[in-house]
Ligand binder design. Sequence first.
Ligand code: PMV
Length: 315
Amino acid sequence: MKSKASAPGKIILFGEHFVVYGVKAILCAIDKRITVTAENVQEEIISIKSNIGEHEFSLQEYGTVTDLRFKPLYYLAKKMIDKHKKRSGIKITVESDIPSGVGLGSSSACCVAAAAAISRLYEENSKEEILKMAIEAERTIFQNTSGADCTICAFGGMIIFDKKNGFSKIDYKPELHLVIANSNIKHSTEKIVSKVKKFSENNREEFLDMCKRESEIINQALTLLKNNDVRNLGKIMIENQEFLERLGISNEKIQNMIKMANNISLGAKITGAGGGGCIIMLTNECDSKKIIETMRDKNYDCFDARIDFQGLDTF
Ligand code: PMV
């Protein structure tokens, strides 16, 4: 039997870093996807093939798989084989158009699509059950994940997340046209989160003030999204970026990208942890092409993105 599933990547529209300190964050799924194909094979192996590598594991290797790229997939396949007491294996193929390691949710999307494709070889599950499995798989590489990334990849659209109350879906469907520019500098979310922690300890008053202002930005953003007011959304993205700069998570390349982006779009900011990764620019539909050309002329790697409202898809 063969089973296929795909899931979208994501961006953080507002609230990264401050979310760690209890402020809300707004996440969007984007129309860049990862597709996982799972197939039963007679041999007792788990084989994984993706654009980042290829490997064949025996079923006895549990606990010894150290390559972080393969761990969640191995975990999901082994879990299903053990649960259904099968003396056979699984071949997994991953195809992705989400750049990896730059905050666009490639690993979460992979966990969600893999949980769906692999489990469907043996049983039918709801999206909620698939999400639970995907988060378990992601914890094999990122113990402290909040689960927000897997949630947005599974359900698509937009969600609002906060640490205390978890997630809720944003019901309205604004027409956002985004351009994403990738600095091609891979980042470690964990290291940058610790850097921000130091900043918050050394600048207590200022940081509390920033958290308060960020909360206001998020509330404003929710109203602006509801009214599809992209012009004012751009303005608050610029303001949000100033806070992220102050936290010290930008760098020279990102600053140059942001400077250029602010001249040609409605507003731009870092998305995700920073220290590299990607920036997002808000545009009008008619301007996207021109913005991409202008950024590419300066050798910046960029592409357009829309909100994905579908989330996980199985076929
Ligand atoms: O790993 P990224 O780039 O998607 O960013 C994570 C977002 C942070 O707010 C920086 C950390 C977190 O756990 O929320």
